[in-house]
Design a protein around this ligand. Sequence first.
Ligand SMILES: Nc1ncnc2c1ncn2[C@@H]1O[C@H](COP(=O)(O)OP(=O)(O)OP(=O)(O)O)[C@@H](O)[C@H]1O
Ligand SMILES: [Mg+2]
Length: 528
Amino acid sequence: MIETEQTTPIDQQQPGTAQPDNDIILEARNVTKLYPGTVALDNVTYHARRGKVNVLVGENGAGKSTLMKILAGVIQATEGELVLEGEEIRPKNPREAEARGIGIIHQELNLFQNLSVAENIFMAHEITWGKTIVRHGDEEAEAAKLLNRLEQPIDPRTLVSYLRVGQQQIVEIAKALALDINILIMDEPTSALSTAEVEVLFRVIEELKANGVTIIYISHKLEELMQIGDYIAVLRDGRLVAESPMAEIDLPWIIERMVGRETTSTYRAPQHAIGDEILRVENAYLPRPGTTDYLLEDVSLTLHAGEILGVYGLMGAGRTELFEVLMGLHPRARGNIWLDGQPLNRQINERIKQGIMLIPEDRQREGLVQTMTVADNMLLASLRRYVRRFYLSRHAQQQNITRLVNELAIKVANVDFLISSLSGGNQQKVVVGKALLTEPKVLLMDEPTRGIDVGAKEEIFEIMRQLAAQGLGIMFVSTELKEIMAASDRILVMSKGRITREFVHDLATEEGLVSASAMGHELGQMGR
Ligand SMILES: Nc1ncnc2c1ncn2[C@@H]1O[C@H](COP(=O)(O)OP(=O)(O)OP(=O)(O)O)[C@@H](O)[C@H]1O
Ligand SMILES: [Mg+2]
């Protein structure tokens, strides 16, 4: 790899260290993809190396998913060719790509909500007697094996609609593992997973590698990439700007190439005044349906105006349930909640009016309406605010949308385009914008940075800080330890539906958080 000027398109490997061609298993040659108003990929030449973890990075909207969808036959390039093992291929659909050994785990969850976990895993290639009779028992047994391999013993008969985003992500991974695949593309497989689950996935990736499988891996969790990657390629604005063996580069190298400039800041310690108590929860319980067990057990907490409260925990710890209970989504929940000294109303829309708002973790199911435009999605939760004086309100709407698009740096050619034309990370920013338009006093953000690139994350944290400085109380969940530690004034750790520990910002350590998050699990004889 050679350090180059910004104007030189690619950091090439030095001739002496160049890999023999035999190492390249899959190649995109001069691939261009045009959408109306957007050049998603601009003459990209990309290599995936045999039996390695090939990491692909880039900002939101850089073209990563587009390139991967082309390799996997989901969409076709406007120009350019694909070469597999030296031979040109033109997969017209994912089945044709799979027949050539290329599989993909999509960034956006693609599961059928009304089918079981096992049915989803074996969707495309059912296990049958003869040609038609599906052997459900065998599928369930196989599915259970795959899920155990991922150390997530989800019952294969569970309907997918009952699963959390993180669990759905695990099912997506299991679905890909069920295929006989030689090249596996993983488009942000860990965006909803926390440290422990990511480590399991990494062990599986190592196993796949040992069996000769080539991996292409996309993530915005950059430390994760440094850990797992053998090679890295960087896309910026639809162009391939750098390629290198991972061993030769470091984190600043990646960030600089992603954003095209040197970045100075990492997360800063929060510094704003904490005000009066704004939210109080006492003894909240949420029964687990059909059992005597609890999804949330005796949860009490307070949140202050101007405070950013981080909530950390492993999958299934109850973080999302806590936010949902605060928002009023679980009629069966018990306990007392006060906002600004007033008991919270039972109705969700009344709670929104009282000033609490949730940004859900699952933007596909709950956050956005895919058939509506970017602007309409943003306005969805706050229409009431604009109704009164119609003439003014149209103008106010436009102004607010424009302001948020700029502040959140949402990459969109036109806010009247369909939301589905935005890249995953940019859709996430629209969800944040939508919540901000309701002007809440308490903002609950469930994984607000899921799938968001490093620069935009910093923007979201900056927005959180600004909102806190204006007196909002903010609670947020993140699966990334570093993020939680950097952005929170105070941190609650949850395990198995309980709050197991509380840290004020300066006293939080990664070890402390991890061990508190494992309390009640096999490892956890740590006590309270
Ligand atoms: N179906 C579509 N119609 C129009 N534009 C699209 C469509 N799909 C993608 N684009 C545009 O192509 C560009 C690249 O999008 P892509 O999804 O590949 O980005 P990405 O690098 O995967 O980003 P992220 O990190 O947010 O997932 C974006 O500007 C996006 O808006
Ligand atoms: Mg993407």
